[in-house]
Design a protein around this ligand. Structure first.
Ligand code: SF4
Length: 180
């Protein structure tokens, strides 16, 4: 049997969860011995294999139709889907806009910010009109494993990936989320 294929992507997030993944430092060498790292934001390949991958990892919430399409493609092409980080798990920082109307959020972002000059206006782009609220990944597609944290600790990410790489489902009970 070949090495399990792993792909990842990011949605509405800050990329900090992928940075935390890189914080596993030299252990990434051990990891790439165990897995076939496919499409990720930090590799040249950008879409998970059409023939499918074993593990898909998503960072970030669903904030627009592109995020939704990426999440659906990953779900369709992976056997086990991991929500990585608070934004993916429950919406996180981007979901703060759910306390406001879409119009209020867009006005704040494009017109009212202190650094915006008098020319500031909301761009005319249909992508900005949907969805009305930020969603966690599991609100759009089924998720198998949730890894909370902002970002999750590198040791937790290493634990989860090394377990999956060896064909085991990681134990995500409290003891494994309370890393020192
Ligand atoms: Fe960034 Fe935190 Fe969201 Fe990860 S969970 S993408 S670190 S804001």
């Amino acid at each position: 049997m070949g090495k399990p294929k792993v792909a990842s992507d990011w949605l509405a997030g800050c990329s900090g969860c992928h940075m935390s993944l890189l914080d596993i430092d030299e252990r990434i060498v051990d990891l790439v011995k165990l897995v076939d790292l496919r499409a990720t934001p930090i590799t040249d390949l950008k879409h998970p294999d059409e023939s499918g991958v074993d593990v898909g990892i998503l960072e970030g919430g669903i904030n627009n139709s592109t995020n939704e399409a990426v999440a659906k493609m990953m779900r369709k092409r992976c056997k086990i889907l991991v929500s990585l980080g608070d934004c993916a798990v429950f919406g996180g920082v981007p979901a703060m806009r759910n306390f406001f109307t879409l119009e209020e959020s867009l006005r704040r972002a494009y017109v009212e910010t202190e650094s915006t000059d008098s020319e500031g206006k909301i761009p005319s782009d249909p992508e900005l009109c949907k969805p009305q609220r930020v969603q966690a990944v599991h609100e759009v597609v089924p998720v198998d494993i949730f890894v909370p944290g902002c970002p999750p600790d590198a040791d937790i990410i290493y634990y989860v990936l090394s377990e999956l790489a060896q064909g085991r489902i990681p134990d995500m009970t409290k003891k494994n989320l309370m890393w020192n």
